[in-house]
Design a protein. Structure first.
Length: 467
């Protein structure tokens, strides 16, 4: 069978240091301790009762997405995706991994594709300067349709597109089905409308039209992403707990959290994975960081995710990882086979600091540095796991997406929290809606204005003046 991903959890386990690692005896007892929870999780996947499996129902939409992407590519020189959080991070991670960080700078047959995920006016103006709006197709992604940042961006760029003579029927809106503003707008424009499965939260939507349409526009086969996810799905539901990578890693991370490892740092040893790291941060944080359990007990669950890039961040945050607080578990992701390999020539052979590079490859050096970093951390009592991707293909990436989505949902069952909601985000949204004058939130405006006045009165400000 073709292996697309391997997972190594061996250095989360240590017989001598039971304070910072898991002992072999404890690890061997995990099947008895957590096996029933995992089997229930496997059953939910097998019987397609889990929201994760909604992505597989999206396969039937791929032919339409491919056709739409082909029409867009034939008509427009650029595409501007407007989204935030899960509506942007997944698509960006796919394109970054499979097309590289300089995609828009390389001349090719497919349109340039920009993803704008912040309403910073300076950034918006930079994007506007980079595109010819009349030749740029707008894709507006908002699961709820009411996300204020993305709504503001759409209002602005829709106005610019319309003023430039753009065909508003070509616009693509991607959202939940429902009787709400975003669906009303799509109907009034007569534009392209793609619906996200209702029970598939935005941060899990990368394997849906949210990720598939941008992917297809730049020439990536989205069906292969789903094939990789299906391979991973089958592996998760088939393997018994002690032979199951997801079970082994999930229960180990949970037990290490109970030992005080409150930070989950993911070290990606390829620049192609830098955007995947940001996708991971949102998925892990919003899914597991919960105040209340399913039984409404106060649990303050979850661990704080960090993402780092190897080898770059060996020269920034590694010093703290090595000698700072002992509160972290580390994950490493690397790629086994890359198509672009570079062998270093023999130059400056009289200098010992340079001669030893001759004949070695950059990928070899990158992997050596990853191994050295991981070994160094383990030696200092820092638990580490590693994941190796076979290659730079949609299938490997699709498997990786699904593995982490499933890992998060299973881990949430250990914490006894809901991995699909984000109640901690809602209060800030409500305050924004009210202060910005949204009609159905006006009832709270006076109270929030009082809160703002009180908050401002409590500030202690030091002003730095130029002489």
């Amino acid at each position: 069978m073709d292996e697309i991903i391997s997972v190594d959890i061996g250095h989360l386990i240590n017989e001598e240091d039971k304070l910072n690692f898991i002992s072999p005896s404890d690890f061997n007892a995990f099947e008895t301790k957590y096996g029933n929870i995992f089997e229930d999780f496997q059953t939910s996947l097998r019987e397609k009762k889990s929201s994760l499996t909604l992505s597989f129902e999206e396969e039937c939409s791929i032919p339409h997405v491919k056709s739409l992407a082909k029409n867009i590519a034939a008509k427009y020189e650029s595409v501007l995706v407007l989204g935030i959080g899960g509506s942007a991070l997944g698509a960006r991670a796919i394109i970054h991994y499979l097309k590289g960080p300089l995609y828009n700078l390389i001349k090719q047959e497919h349109p340039r594709l920009f993803i704008l995920d912040n309403l910073d006016p300076v950034l918006v103006k930079h994007y506007e300067a980079a595109i010819d709006i009349a030749k740029t197709l707008i894709i507006y992604v908002s699961k709820s349709g009411s996300t204020p940042e993305t709504a503001a961006l759409f209002i602005y760029f829709y106005n610019k597109f319309k003023a430039a003579g753009g065909d508003t029927a070509d616009i693509v809106i991607c959202c939940d089905p429902g009787d709400n503003g975003i669906n009303h707008i799509a109907k009034s424009l007569g534009c392209n409308l793609l619906h996200i499965p209702h029970n598939l939260p935005g941060r899990y939507s990368v394997l849906s039209s949210v990720g598939f349409l941008p992917t297809e526009i730049v020439g990536i086969d989205s069906k292969q992403l789903l094939e990789g996810a299906q391979i991973m799905h089958q592996s998760i539901i088939d393997a018994k707990p002690q032979q199951n990578a997801l079970f082994a890693l999930g229960v180990s991370l949970f037990e290490l959290a109970l030992k005080g490892k409150s930070i989950h740092a993911l070290f990606n040893y390829s620049s192609l994975l830098s955007e995947f790291g940001l996708w991971f941060v949102q998925l892990w944080a919003e899914s597991l960081g919960k105040k209340q359990s399913l039984e409404s007990d106060i649990v303050n669950a979850g661990t704080t995710p960090l993402t780092s890039l190897g080898a770059t961040d060996q020269h920034s945050i590694l010093q703290l990882f090595k000698e700072g607080p002992v509160d972290k578990v580390f994950g490493f992701i690397k790629i086994s086979d890359v198509t672009e390999e570079i062998t270093l020539p023999n130059e400056f052979s009289t200098e010992k600091e340079y001669f030893y590079f001759a004949g070695h490859t950059m990928q070899e050096q990158l992997h050596t540095e990853q191994l050295a970093t991981e070994m160094s951390l383990v030696k200092d009592g820092k638990p580490c796991y590693s994941i190796t991707l076979k290659d730079v293909t949609p299938k490997s990436l699709g498997g990786l997406f699904y593995f982490f989505e499933a890992l998060v949902v299973f881990t949430a069952s250990l914490w006894r929290v809901n991995p699909y909601d984000q109640p901690g985000v809602e209060e800030g949204k409500n305050i924004t809606y009210s202060l910005m004058g949204r009609q159905d939130y006006n009832h709270g405006k006076a109270k929030y204005e009082q809160d703002v006045a009180k908050y401002n009165a409590e500030r202690i400000i030091y002003k730095i003046l130029a002489k």
